[in-house]
Design a protein around this ligand. Structure first.
Ligand code: SF4
Length: 357
């Protein structure tokens, strides 16, 4: 029996305490991921989870239940723990979603933390995402646990012979879940500008036009609506400024780490919303920088939308975007996160959390 449930079962007034707690579950609003949508669904008018005595509340000091809605990252793990510590006893935790159970979609990501390593969990609700019915079931089960002190399984599982059921004669071999990839190819070939012979009239016209005005190493049609412009670092700003006359925003800023060639490839994907003909077209302006001097001019002065993405790439890879005032400052990652977690040679230190109760 957990400490919180034990508290409810002591003393002469315990039946009243149990009854009161059962019908007064106040889940703290701690939306961590997309499972939050299903939580909203469970509390909306269709399912109306409030009718079973549970209502979301915004302030952790007046709440007694955390519903962890999916993925918990290293940064969010601290928030989860701090929230849990601020809540008064008795308090409970329900974890919903495959991400909260074993990482789900992000099972081999560097930043995932199991909520059960951070706080004591009363119920897990599997699914991706779990249905509102499943969440409501967990709340009802928690109410049972508050009254009886025990977690009871509400479903009896029976072994089923799928072969017989489906009328398949041969024995069906059980499939094993995939294992996390422990190895990557030592020297993978990374080609970002492989030419493709595609029927794309506008593309050919654009390439001819770009060849006249841009100082580029190569200009290649890589697919329909895709052009790759490779440039030297010193020519990046002049190329992007000229392209800015046609393309009005940056869709994405990426970094590709190529350690065996001691370089990063930095890509700026330019797009256009203001010209209907150019709307589906994306131009990838790519430049290479040495890994030991990863400096690239910032294009945020030309396209303000690049600012946020440059900061992100700076924190994840350590690429320095010269001219962007946020370089060297912490923006997205927790201040304690070791430097540059997306570099291929980054080794993750295991986090340690202490679970009480
Ligand atoms: S379990 Fe599925 S729905 Fe829930 S947070 Fe993870 S990915 Fe999103």
């Amino acid at each position: 029996m957990s400490e919180d449930v034990r508290f409810l079962h002591s003393g002469i007034l315990s039946p009243i305490k149990k009854w009161g707690t059962k019908w007064s579950l106040w889940p703290v609003h701690l939306v961590t991921a997309c499972c939050g949508v299903e939580l909203a669904h469970a509390y909306a008018c269709g399912y109306d989870a409030e009718r079973i005595g549970s209502l979301n509340y915004g302030i952790c000091r007046q709440t007694n239940l955390i519903i962890v809605e999916g993925a918990i990252t290293r940064k969010m793990a601290k928030v989860l723990r701090i929230t849990w510590e601020q809540m008064p006893n008795p308090k409970f935790v329900i974890v919903m979603g495959a991400c909260g159970l074993k990482g789900g979609l992000f099972w081999n990501s560097y930043h995932m933390v199991k909520p059960s390593d951070v706080v004591p969990v009363d119920f897990f609700v599997p699914g991706c995402p779990p249905t509102p019915e499943a969440l409501i079931r967990a709340i009802v089960q928690l109410q049972e646990k508050i009254v009886t002190g025990e977690a009871k399984n509400s479903v009896e599982f029976k072994e089923v012979d799928l072969g017989k059921l489906l009328g398949v004669a041969e024995e069906v071999k059980p499939k094993k879940p995939p294992k996390s990839p422990k190895k990557v190819e030592a020297k993978p070939e990374i080609v970002i500008d492989k030419a493709r012979d595609v029927e794309w009239k506008l593309g050919k016209k654009l390439v001819e036009e770009f060849e006249k005005i841009l100082t580029a190493e190569s200009i290649t049609i890589t697919d329909v609506n895709r052009i790759c412009v490779r440039v030297k670092r010193k020519n990046l700003i002049s190329v992007v400024s000229k392209l800015a006359k046609k393309f009005d925003h940056v869709k994405s800023v990426n970094v590709i780490d190529v350690p065996h060639e001691n370089k990063f490839i930095v890509e700026f994907w330019l797009g256009c919303y203001s010209n209907k003909e150019l709307m589906p077209v994306l131009v990838n302006v790519a430049t290479e920088v040495p890994r030991d001097d990863p400096k690239v001019p910032s294009i945020a002065g030309i396209f303000p939308s690049a600012d946020y993405m440059e900061r992100e790439m700076h924190e994840l890879f350590g690429v320095w975007f010269e001219g962007n005032p946020w370089m060297g400052r912490n923006f997205l990652l927790d201040p304690d996160t070791p430097k540059y977690p997306l570099r291929k040679d980054f080794k993750l230190e295991e986090d340690r959390f202490v679970v009480e109760g």
